[in-house]
Design a protein. Structure first.
Length: 234
């Protein structure tokens, strides 16, 4: 499997500009692009950056810390992309949420090495508070969209809590991105675009829960919560 985009195949890394930390991050990102998040060593990163095997220890405790720094940078860029796509729900919730889905897939497509570091590096988030915080900020955009979607539910219609909805929709987005939207040779073929597949999945999911998905319909104010078999709505 190749995690690099074709246009990056000839890119060379090297320690030429005096910023060793940045050179190591770029070298590791390139190695992830070639071999995946688990396919290189600390020494490989040093070699690609053009420094001695001991040099990386000036900035990173080990390979995991180097990977965590790349994953954190990826989540920070991911948050920016999702925030811009969401645009606080304008012009309407469903349209804005569709943009979020497209932004999710575009990020996986355009940044496959970052995406691999973020989701395939096996770095435990709970052991790295900074990485955890970056991940949570990105997920918070999807949670905000789920909260807004939850407000569209007709009064008295049972629905999952907003957090569960956010997790469901995130799982759908991640599944489509991982299987179909990655810029690598192993991605599966589809008779439609990944964007179209995700849009159809989300609309089917929302309609199944009784949510209005017609953009022309006015968005009602949140009604008083009623008991739901899914548990208390958040």
């Amino acid at each position: 499997m190749n995690w690099r985009k074709d246009k990056d195949q000839s890119r060379e890394r090297g320690y030429h500009h005096g910023n060793l930390r940045e050179a190591l991050l770029e070298a590791a990102l390139d190695l992830i692009g070639q071999k995946g998040a688990a396919g290189f060593t600390f020494a490989d990163a040093a070699r690609m950056a053009g420094v001695s095997p001991a040099a990386p220890y000036r900035h990173f405790r080990d390979r995991d810390e180097l990977l965590a720094s790349i994953a954190q940078r990826g989540f920070e860029q991911f948050e920016v992309a999702l925030t811009e796509a969401w645009d606080d729900g304008h012009p309407d919730t469903v349209t804005a949420f569709e943009r979020v889905g497209r932004a999710y897939l575009n990020f996986a497509r355009e940044n496959p090495a970052y995406y691999s570091a973020m989701f395939e590096s096996s770095i435990p988030l709970d052991s790295n508070p900074t990485l955890m915080a970056a991940s949570e900020r990105a997920f918070a955009i999807i949670r905000a969209a789920a909260d807004r979607l939850a407000a569209l539910a007709p009064p008295g219609v049972p629905r999952p809590p907003a957090l569960m909805m956010a997790l469901h929709i995130w799982s759908m987005s991640h599944g489509v991105a991982s299987l179909f939207a990655r810029a690598d040779a192993a991605r599966r073929r589809l008779p439609m675009s990944p964007d179209e597949l995700l849009e159809a999945e989300v609309l089917i999911y929302l309609r199944g829960l009784g949510f209005p998905t017609d953009r022309r319909a006015p968005e009602p104010k949140a009604a008083e919560e009623k008991p739901s078999p899914w548990g208390k709505a958040k």
